[in-house]
Design a protein around this ligand. Structure first.
Ligand code: AG3
Length: 281
């Protein structure tokens, strides 16, 4: 009997795959092809243009490291902007922080929000409240994050980019112009973080993003973390504006968060970059 699988193919024939029991949904949205599968052992799988966005069992491995290191390095994050993240997992983690008074999520594709609400157990209640505009500390804007940031009259303590890969709809989120807009829209002290791809398989894209961010932010940090569903380790780039030490996080505040994967006590161990990548910088 032939086993059914969904496999995401990376360059040079490297694959990350799951056994799937059925496809629950597929559609061509205005921006991308969206699919949802039921997997054998990892819950449901969200796929955009053939790339794995998340698996339910393990999604915290990504959402926690995208959100908590930057919010715990900031002394008092109140205003947070999330770009992308239509499944709601990133915003869910942001709202765990009691200091956050208001978070805005700008997602370009309403079909991602809708399908995540209908099919995924990632942030169902939160998405429901967002869609009805009933979440007191957060708002959802369906729109282009690049345009939103350029035109925003507000400033933020943290800007979190939870995007697809730097091709197609997300390409401009990895441009120097966008980094400049982000820098300008951060408060005097602020942090920017973006997912930055597979360390081994998207090395060039990672280096491009690193160099672009270096031109704009006061300090840039690289760190990586194993993410279930992606070609691990996955990389993250942090841009700092002003007086913030990203190597130190607030352990007191961290204890109040109930985390599965990210371990703030070992925060410093995230920063090791493979030697061959470091040499290319
Ligand atoms: N985060 C998607 C990260 C990029 C995945 N890329 C890949 N599999 N080639 C967005 C969804 C999580 N909220």
């Amino acid at each position: 009997e032939q086993e059914r699988a969904f496999i995401e193919w990376y360059p040079r024939g490297y694959g990350v795959g799951f056994k799937v029991t059925r496809r629950l949904f597929e559609t061509q949205t205005d921006y991308q092809r969206l699919e949802i599968y039921e997997t054998e052992g990892f819950g449901k799988l969200l796929v955009l243009d053939g790339t794995v966005q998340l698996v339910e069992i393990g999604e915290e491995s990504y959402h926690e490291v995208l959100v908590h290191p930057v919010l715990l390095a900031h002394p008092n994050p109140k205003r947070v902007l999330v770009i992308g993240g239509g499944d709601g997992g990133t915003l869910r983690e942001v709202l765990r922080h009691k200091t956050v008074e208001k978070a805005t999520m700008v997602e370009i594709d309403d079909a991602v929000v809708e399908a995540s609400y209908l099919y995924l157990d990632v942030a169902k209640d939160l998405l429901d409240r967002l869609i009805k505009n009933e979440e007191p500390r957060a708002e959802l804007i369906i729109g282009d994050g690049v345009k939103y940031l350029r035109e925003s009259e507000e400033k933020f303590d943290a800007i979190i980019v939870d995007s697809t890969d730097p091709v197609g709809p997300a390409k401009l989120l990895f441009s120097e112009g966008f980094y400049r807009d982000a820098y300008e829209k951060l408060n005097d002290r602020g942090l920017y973080i973006t997912q930055a791809g597979s360390v081994y398989l998207f090395t060039n894209e990672l280096l491009d993003a690193y160099r672009g961010m270096k031109k704009v932010f006061d300090r840039v940090y690289y760190f990586s973390f194993p993410v279930i569903g992606y070609a691990s380790p996955w990389s993250f780039l942090v841009g700092v504006k002003g007086d913030i030490d990203f190597t130190k996080v607030d352990l007191e505040r961290a204890k109040e968060l109930k985390l599965h994967y990210y371990d703030p006590e070992r925060h410093e161990t995230l920063f090791q970059m493979p030697r061959y990548v470091r040499k290319l910088l």
